[in-house]
Ligand binder design. Structure first.
Ligand SMILES: Nc1ncnc2c1ncn2[C@@H]1O[C@H](COP(=O)(O)OP(=O)(O)OP(=O)(O)O)[C@@H](O)[C@H]1O
Length: 950
């Protein structure tokens, strides 16, 4: 008698629990595993007890408080030193004791070695064993029982010393890392059995919604499964009767022979694929059913004594291993199950509740007490597990739990189950029952075969030659005939196929040749294409260079245009400013000049200057016009040449492109004709209809399309290139014309600028000089001259007055003398008349000489004035002088040289020589009123003054 072994496996937190930030409330003595200290502690600080809702919805020990449940201790009393942290109050934890504990670091291999292997050894020893995975949904039951069954055969097993090297590769394998208990059991089983006589059969049963289903049978062929008690399973009379030693038989359940672990794994995969699963909020692949994978092992028993095991009576031990993956208990609210899922969950929980009650009853029932009240029959699950729980099977229960706080209710419920189950005692038995079953099974399954073989054997023993049972012979003959006719058919088919293969091979070789030709043509075409590409690249390169040139020329034009605009604006401004200033300064001078004569002169000078300036302006305009004409003539002369050059290069490129294009077209047409001839050939060839059609289609569709596409593509490229080139050349020509025009304008502008600069310097210097000279006629000189004039006038007046007085006196004495003579004394007159007359005559002569002297003095003074005017006289205006002499000279050449400009500068009015070429300085600074001939002609109102001077 042995207790059910209870193992707790606690996985790590899954992604959902981490995302929910649910803390770990489970404490284990070791993260990997613990056998010696198998206590598990749960922190119930926030646990409010079993939720009534969850109690009704998930399988739990309803109606029991936790401290009443077997195996669990609550509060301080049984607090273990390795329990939760001291900071927690003792009342907030529960500790459960089980047989073994596995933590998140325990891998599949460890669980197999520690949990399954001992039971497997019992199974090999002839015991019926059960491994049960129980727990909340998503805690790892299926992972523990099955794990990765697909990759289970990945690694070859390493041979130990002395092991046979001729072991089948199918049994000589290691499980993958993630393989669960069932794949590992299968691998281990066939590894151990390889030298034994054995029979292995497997079944895979599902209990879904309280319905049994054979997972190894096709649904169409499946018969309804029924559970029966094995009434023929007679107990060994020598051993005490166990209350649950009766076996369970599932009627119609398929049991498949397997001869390798690979066969077993295939069955496992097949069954798992058919198993009901669904995605829930708690598990992406949640099992919605309970499954039992059973391995039945029939193993030849070792010979004991002489009587046993002779002839066909060899004994085989049979043992059974049940690997049970229960559906997960779940809180329907939390798993989000509705409709079908909710119904499933309800039934799952129902069957688990019944299991709980059975466990509860068994745990409370002593072996001595009759167990008639144990409610096995309340659910199919408990009926199926009847032998495993409280029966004759060696059982281990693996309770899978989650460490997260959000699952605390379910975890407590699972641990309650586990600790209760630990109290259940089973009575494992090996030997007699299995042997009885074995005989029956073997006889039943192999009798037909044995009869057939025996009859053949009998016939062979009694006659010479090969004798067979008639039925067998007929059967064999029929088989032979059918085989012969199928062979004939096959031969005929083979012949037809061989000739077809020959034809096809011929066609293939022809096609290969044509393909080679086409390939060569394609190579040529590719070469031509690459050459064309190279040429195109060169053209592109050239175009790019031209483009760059055009861009830079455009930039130049823009800059030059800007400079031209700026300069012309400045030039205009400067000319107008200068003119304005000149006119203003002349006006100022004119206004300041009081003397009427000089005012006239200045006005005249002003007019003269304005005229000269206008004339100069006219000349500048004419020069600009000339420059423009030059520019235009340059355009007319150079542009055609330039255009010719561009046209030539464009035509050259165009020629290249056209020649390449024609080459390409020729190549393409050659290829096309080759393609056409090949297509024709293929069309007319004696290919089979389908093959012919296929080849023709292939050629027509594929190659012709490809060639056409290539043709179109190349043509489009060439056309595009030509268009691009045309557009680029047009824009290039346009830009080049612009550039040329701008260059010419620019060069003319440079000349004009320097000319304008020189002119402006000359003008400003001349005006400055005029200003200086005019300023030098200061008011003192004018005043002195005026005084001198006044003095002379005064002298003249005084002399005249004196003369008049003297004359009047002489005249009065003469008149009085005459009167006196006439009154009486003609003798005196006659006597003194000649003397008096000579006296008078002398006096008159004296007066006359005085008058003459005075007049000659006046005349001298006037001469002085005349001399002054001659020295400083503006016979012509300085501007006119400049224009008539130096500027005349300058204008002979289009650009004045610096020397010419110097000469112009040297012609300031003050430095001008007298018209007669003399070098003498004139004393008087009064401008001479002498006019030039041309002035005389045009200035009639001044003729009077001129006459006086002349
Ligand atoms: N110990 C473990 N180590 C690594 N992964 C695990 C472990 N236990 C469970 N898992 C993973 O958790 C997920 C759920 O496991 P599994 O399907 O085996 O749960 P279950 O208890 O069978 O659920 P259900 O009852 O809903 O079928 C799986 O992806 C599984 O690989």
């Amino acid at each position: 008698m042995s207790n059910i072994q209870v193992v707790v496996r606690c996985r790590g937190r899954n992604s959902r629990e981490v995302a929910a930030k649910s803390p770990i409330v489970i404490e284990l003595p070791n993260d990997r595993y613990s056998v010696t200290d198998p206590y598990i502690t749960i922190n119930t600080a926030h646990h409010t007890g079993t939720n009534p809702a969850s109690a009704s919805q998930s399988a739990s020990f309803s109606g029991q408080s936790s401290h009443e449940r077997g195996g669990a201790s609550v509060g301080t009393g049984s607090r273990r030193s390795s329990g939760p942290s001291p900071a927690l109050p003792y009342a907030n934890y529960k500790t459960y004791k089980v047989d073994q504990i596995y933590g998140s670091q325990a891998d599949q291999g460890l669980v197999f070695d520690q949990v399954a292997l001992p039971l497997f050894n019992d199974f090999m020893g002839g015991f019926n064993v059960t491994i049960l995975a129980y727990g909340q949904t998503g805690t790892g039951k299926t992972y523990t029982m099955c794990g990765d069954q697909t990759g289970a055969l990945m690694t070859p097993r390493v041979h130990g010393k002395g092991e046979s090297p001729r072991v089948s590769p199918l049994v000589d394998l290691r499980p993958s890392k993630e393989a669960g208990i069932i794949p590992r059991v299968l691998i281990e089983l066939f590894h151990r059995l390889r030298r034994d006589d054995y029979v292995v059969k497997c079944s895979f049963l599902e209990l879904y919604n309280e319905e049994l289903r054979d997972l190894l049978e096709d649904d169409t062929r499946a018969s309804k499964l029924r559970i029966y008690e094995n009434v023929s399973a007679q107990p060994n009379p020598k051993k005490p009767i166990s209350k649950s030693s009766k076996g369970i038989i599932i009627q119609n359940l398929n049991e498949e022979y397997i001869s390798s672990c690979n066969d077993g794994l295939k069955l496992l995969s097949k069954g798992l694929n058919k198993r009901k699963t669904a995605s829930t909020k708690l598990n992406d692949v949640s099992s919605r059913s309970h499954t039992i994978f059973t391995i039945n092992l029939y193993r030849k028993k070792a010979q004991e004594g002489t009587n046993a095991g002779s002839g066909g009576d060899e004994l085989f031990k049979v043992s059974k291993m049940n690997l049970v993956d229960l559906a997960g208990s779940e809180n329907i609210n939390r798993s989000g199950a509705v409709n079908q899922r909710a119904k499933e969950a309800g039934l799952i929980n129902q069957s688990l509740l019944t299991l709980g009650r059975v466990i509860n009853c068994l745990s409370e029932t002593s072996t001595a007490t009759p167990a008639s009240h144990i409610p096995y029959r309340e659910s199919k699950l408990t009926r199926l597990l009847q032998d495993s729980i409280g029966g004759s099977t060696k059982t281990t229960l693996i309770a899978n739990i989650s460490p997260a706080k959000i699952n605390i209710d379910e975890t407590i419920s699972t641990l309650d189950y586990a600790s209760k189950a630990k109290n259940i005692k089973n009575v494992p038995q090996a030997g007699h029952d299995s042997e009885l079953v074995m005989k029956k099974v073997l006889v039943k399954n192999l009798s037909q075969e044995i009869v057939k073989l025996n009859s053949d054997l009998l016939a062979t023993r009694t006659k010479n030659g090969i004798w067979m049972n008639e039925d067998n012979y007929n059967e064999m003959n029929d088989e032979n005939e059918s085989l012969k006719s199928s062979l004939k058919e096959s031969d005929l088919r083979n012949e037809g196929l061989t000739s077809k293969v020959g034809q096809l091979e011929d066609q293939l070789s022809e096609r290969d040749l044509q393909i080679l030709e086409l390939q060569a043509k394609v190579t040529d075409l590719t070469k031509a294409n690459s050459e064309l590409k190279l040429d195109t690249d060169t053209v592109k390169h050239e175009l790019a260079e031209k483009n760059e040139q055009v861009i830079s020329l455009n930039g130049h034009i823009t800059r030059i245009n800007e400079r031209f605009n700026n300069t012309s604006t400045k030039l205009t401004t400067v000319i107008y400013e200068n003119l304005k200033k000149s006119i203003e300064s002349i006006n100022t001078i004119t206004n300041n000049y009081d003397n009427a004569k000089n005012c006239d002169e200045i006005l005249k000078l002003d007019n003269e200057m304005v005229r000269n300036i206008n004339k100069f302006k006219q000349e500048v305009l004419e020069r600009i016009r000339g420059i423009n004409e030059n520019v235009n003539s340059s355009f007319v002369k150079d542009l055609p040449e330039f255009l010719d050059q561009y046209n030539q290069s464009f035509n050259h490129i165009n020629d290249i492109i056209l020649s390449l294009n024609s080459n390409l077209v020729t190549n393409l047409s050659e290829l096309k004709s080759a393609n056409h001839s090949m297509a024709e050939y293929l069309t007319n060839h004696h290919l089979e209809k389908n093959a012919d059609k296929l080849v023709t289609d292939f050629i027509n569709k594929k190659l012709a399309d490809d060639v056409e596409k290539l043709n179109l593509h190349v043509s489009a490229q060439v056309n595009g290139l030509i268009k691009d080139s045309q557009a680029k050349y047009q824009s290039l020509i346009k830009s080049s014309i612009n550039q040329m025009a701008t260059d010419l304008i620019n060069s003319e502008k440079i000349q004009l600028n320097s000319f304008q600069k020189d002119w402006s310097e000359i003008t400003s210097k001349a005006l400055l000089s005029i200003e200086e000279d005019l300023t030098s006629y200061n008011s003192e000189d004018v005043k002195a001259n005026n005084e001198h004039f006044d003095k002379l006038n005064q002298e003249a007046k005084t002399t005249l007055t004196t003369l008049n007085e003297k004359n009047s006196k002489s005249l009065a004495s003469f008149v009085s003398f005459i009167e006196r003579e006439e009154k009486g004394a003609h003798s005196i007159l006659r006597k003194h008349l000649p003397a008096k007359l000579s006296q008078i005559s002398n006096s008159i002569a004296e007066n006359d000489s005085n008058i003459n002297e005075s007049l000659s003095g006046i005349s001298r003074s006037l001469n002085e004035i005349k001399q002054f005017d001659t020295k400083n006289g503006f016979r012509v205006s300085p501007v006119k002088l400049m224009r008539s002499k130096s500027f005349q000279e300058a204008s002979n050449s289009s650009i004045p040289s610096p020397n010419k400009a110097q000469r112009l500068l040297s012609l300031s009015p003050t430095k001008l020589k007298a018209p007669n070429g003399g070098q003498e300085s004139f004393k008087s600074k009064i401008p001479q009123l002498t006019r030039t001939l041309e002035n005389k002609e045009n200035d009639g109102h001044q003729s009077k003054r001129r006459r006086v001077e002349e």
